[in-house]
Ligand binder design. Structure first.
Ligand SMILES: C[S@@+](CC[C@H](N)C(=O)[O-])C[C@H]1O[C@@H](n2cnc3c(N)ncnc32)[C@H](O)[C@@H]1O
Length: 298
């Protein structure tokens, strides 16, 4: 049976390039439904799994204990921005491989109470970590139109950022926008008026992406976490990062380029590895995944 929480993306490619050595420690910084983690454990690795989403932690703890009885697993509810400190606290300072599989899990997208999806959600929440103070609904109703424009433009690369911000301003003058499908309807209205082209994705995709990035401070977390991996990897250990949009991939690419210049990491994948057509057919949410891998230099 498939994993009901999340179907791992680029699984074979990632595990193959991590070159798992039985008995060595691996760090999965984005545990999610534990699909990649399970493959690491089945290959004989020991695992420290981190996720900032309590539901992911609870689900994967149970699932991995059942799927891999007797395996070495430590699971921590935390933000990967603080991986160095988390590892130190756990008494684990060197790893033979570190994985980041960025973005959201299918569970987060599909759970109606989480507010990540314009199709299924009622509440415009979008916090991966329930301890965070600001929800998407607070941004949508609290930012000025100018700030909303900046947000959609920068984190969503949304070409209709200006009219969408104005339409939100108008809609909320009639009453707060509370539900995800209400926000989606505002965006769809703008696209109907201003966009004559066709699109493969839902018109609200980029606005939802921008809000999610802002609520969870996703780009800053990644920028903080990556430099710590160079210290956490043992010589010959590998870093694998799967990203899902250009903003994330740009950060990863620049980081690998800088570390290559400093002779701390050697890039293994000159070009990012993309999912095969077959994987995209079976799992359409894999389509924007890109995997980059680097190795720690002695
Ligand atoms: C695409 S899913 C990972 C799926 C996982 N590889 C699997 O096979 O099921 C991404 C996960 O990363 C988590 N996440 C995102 N940002 C995080 C952060 N800053 N710190 C810790 N976990 C984070 C999300 O909560 C989500 O569960």
């Amino acid at each position: 049976m498939g994993n009901p929480f999340h179907r791992p993306v680029l699984l074979k490619e990632t595990i193959g390039l991590l070159k798992i050595v039985p008995g060595k420690w691996y760090l999965d910084a984005t545990l999610g439904g534990g699909g990649h983690a399970e493959a690491i454990l089945r290959a004989g690795g020991k695992l420290l799994g981190i996720d900032c989403d309590k539901e992911a932690i609870e689900f994967s703890r149970k699932r991995l204990e059942l799927a891999c009885p007797g395996a070495f697993i430590k699971i921590i509810w935390g933000n990967f921005a603080g991986i160095g400190e988390i590892c130190q606290r756990e008494g684990l300072e060197k790893f033979s491989g570190i994985l980041f599989d960025l973005g959201v899990s299918s569970h987060q997208l599909e759970a109606p109470n989480r507010g990540f999806s314009f199709n299924r959600s009622k509440i415009l929440d979008m916090r991966m970590d329930s301890r965070l103070g600001v929800r998407a609904v607070d941004l949508v109703n609290g930012l000025t139109e100018g700030e909303l424009y900046e947000l959609f433009n920068k984190f969503g690369e949304e070409k209709l950022a200006r009219p969408i911000a104005q339409a939100i301003g108008h809609a909320r003058s009639l009453g707060p926008i509370l539900a995800a499908d209400d926000l989606a309807a505002v965006v769809v209205g703008v696209y109907r008026r201003f966009w004559k082209g066709r699109s493969r994705t839902h018109p609200a995709t980029r606005v939802f992406q921008a809000l999610r990035i802002a609520v969870n401070d996703e780009l800053n977390n990644l920028k903080e976490a990556l430099p710590q991996t160079a210290t956490l990897l043992r010589p010959g250990g590998r870093l694998a990062v799967i990203s899902f949009h250009g903003l994330e991939d740009g950060i990863v690419k620049r980081f690998l380029h800088d570390k290559e210049k400093e002779k701390r990491l050697k890039t293994i994948t000159r070009k990012p590895i993309l999912p095969s057509e077959e994987e995209i057919r079976v799992n359409p949410s894999a389509r924007s995944g890109r995997l980059r891998v680097a190795e720690k230099i002695d």
